[in-house]
Design a protein around this ligand. Structure first.
Ligand SMILES: *Cc1c(COP(=O)(O)O)cnc(C)c1O
Length: 494
């Protein structure tokens, strides 16, 4: 069955899911959406009787209908294989009276791997044999970059260029990126914030002159950011699989509702939860957890999205975001597919930095979404408390969600806190939260100290960085990013 996608800003031109995945973003700047979402609910009893891989096949086969079953099966097998340090892929573990969904067992130790081990495979299939080369251009607030580099390195016919905000990612996150090997990868630090990087990447995608010059060389640009449906779709899997694990543990009965709390930045992870709900997963609430960059908390509370505010550098850097791109998709679905409304809101955002959503749409959104925030002090306190009271070490992003979830009035539903990164990715901040002094210690010394303190082992994917050599040391201003991409294309696709 073919699944058709069109822009959130216009329903005129439809593309297949393969085309949507190759393009990344719609030509008018909107995000690709599928009107069939939720017309056919998934078989929940079936999901509960099977493992992660079968559920991934079911979810992807449903959302990306023009991929053949054997294509999907091959992608799933390749994406969720031995590069994961547990066969469960995304295991669910107890967290006091709640549950922790561990999404960080992939090759780069962040939840982005769930999607970014899959996306390159989906793109390779979609490219077919036609030979058009694809340069992935991605802005990262810390974790996407390495996950994209790992996913695309060495993939035939593709290249990947990653921009990250200079000085605004953790020591280990930076090392993960600047040591990445592969003839088709490029990495550059940008003087600015993540929003500067992401804004400029969006502009690069809209640059017709650049696109024509590259097309002349047989190269097309595409995105690996969470605006790509090929990233969103794989994330739906773990909501269903988490539910199946709850049922198997007899924590819920088939059909019981569950609440998920999600540490949120670009709104991709929590939006996948909303897709799962539309596909029939019994979801009571989706709780959007923000750090001090609490633009989403204010939005969900007031109905006004206002990005005109100070940017805070926090200890949960992957959530340091003021423009949550995927919210545009929620606005589309919650307004019953009102492209005109979405267009005008996005115009307001671009021109004034602020928009206000009509009350009927906010009511629809609030019927599923709750929200809350945690500042750095609350995040640290939560890391400390979770270790002292529950013997579980969590990373700062997960701690933001845990803090927010702890503030939600219990209503009898089982609650799942999404854990999006290994604490070892942020060893220094975790140690400080646990009362340790880390002055003068580098990322590796902190990793060692955290191992000793917690009695757990750092993932090999991270401790192995010690032996890595820095091979990317470029730093540029925002204005130079386009030229950097062009240079990378020339180098990678000689
Ligand atoms: C990317 C990321 C998030 C935020 O996810 P979004 O899909 O952008 O909302 C949260 N935690 C970690 C560790 C991340 O890498």
């Amino acid at each position: 069955m073919t699944t058709f996608y069109h822009s959130t800003r216009s329903s005129e031109d439809s593309v297949t899911s393969k085309q949507a995945i190759l393009a990344g973003i719609a030509p008018d700047g909107g995000l690709y959406v599928c009107d069939a979402l939720g017309e056919k609910p998934l078989d929940l009893a079936g999901v509960c009787a099977q493992g992660f891989h079968d559920t991934a096949r079911l979810v992807l086969g449903t959302l990306l209908g023009d991929y053949a079953d054997d294509e999907v099966a091959a992608c799933v097998e390749g994406a969720y294989g031995a590069q994961w340090d547990t066969p469960a892929v995304c295991p669910l573990t107890p967290l006091g009276t709640d549950w922790l969904l561990e999404l960080y067992h992939g090759p780069t130790c962040a939840f982005k791997d769930v999607a970014l081990q899959m996306l390159p495979r989906l793109m390779s299939v979609a490219r077919g044999g036609d030979g058009r080369k694809i340069m992935i251009v991605t802005a990262t607030s810390g974790d996407t970059g390495k996950a994209a580099l790992d996913g695309f390195a060495g993939v035939e016919g593709t290249g990947v260029t990653v921009f990250y905000p200079h000085g605004k990612v953790s020591d280990i996150q930076r090392l993960q990126m600047v040591t990445q090997l592969g003839g088709n990868v490029a990495v550059c630090a940008v003087r600015g914030t993540f929003d500067d990087c992401q804004g400029e990447v969006k502009r690069i995608f809209a640059d017709r002159a650049l696109a024509e010059r590259l097309a002349g060389r047989g190269v097309a640009l595409s995105s690996a950011n969470s605006i790509n449906v090929g990233r969103l779709a794989p994330q739906v899997t773990y909501y269903f699989d988490a539910y199946a694990q709850l049922v198997r543990r007899s924590a819920v009965r088939l059909g019981d509702e569950v609440t998920f709390c999600v540490p949120t930045g670009n709104f991709g992870d929590v939006l996948a939860g909303y897709f799962a709900k539309r596909l029939g997963l019994p979801v009571r609430r989706l709780v959007v957890a923000s750090n001090a960059n609490d633009v989403l908390t204010d939005f969900l509370t007031t109905g006004t999205y206002d990005r005109r505010r100070d940017f805070h550098k926090t200890i949960s850097p992957s959530m340091d975001i003021l423009v949550s791109s995927n919210l545009e998709r929620l606005l589309y679905y919650a307004s019953d597919g009102d492209c005109e409304l979405v267009s005008s809101l996005m115009r307001d955002l671009a021109e004034k930095g602020v928009y206000t959503v009509p009350p009927r749409v906010m009511d629809e959104i609030r019927s599923t979404f709750s929200c809350g925030r945690a500042d750095d002090a609350q995040t640290r306190e939560t890391i400390r408390q979770t270790w002292e009271e529950l013997d579980v070490v969590i990373d700062p992003h997960t701690a933001v969600a845990k803090h927010v979830l702890d503030g939600v009035e219990p209503d009898g539903t089982e609650r799942v806190c999404l854990s999006t990164a290994s604490p070892y990715k942020f060893s220094a901040d975790v140690l400080q939260a646990l009362g340790e002094v880390t002055d003068g210690m580098n990322g590796f010394a902190c990793m060692d100290a955290l191992e000793r303190l917690s009695g757990t082992a750092a993932p090999e994917q991270l401790s192995g960085l010690r032996a890595g050599e820095v091979v990317h040391d470029d730093v540029c201003d925002r204005e130079r990013m386009g030229a950097f991409v062009e240079g990378a294309c020339a180098r990678v696709f000689l």
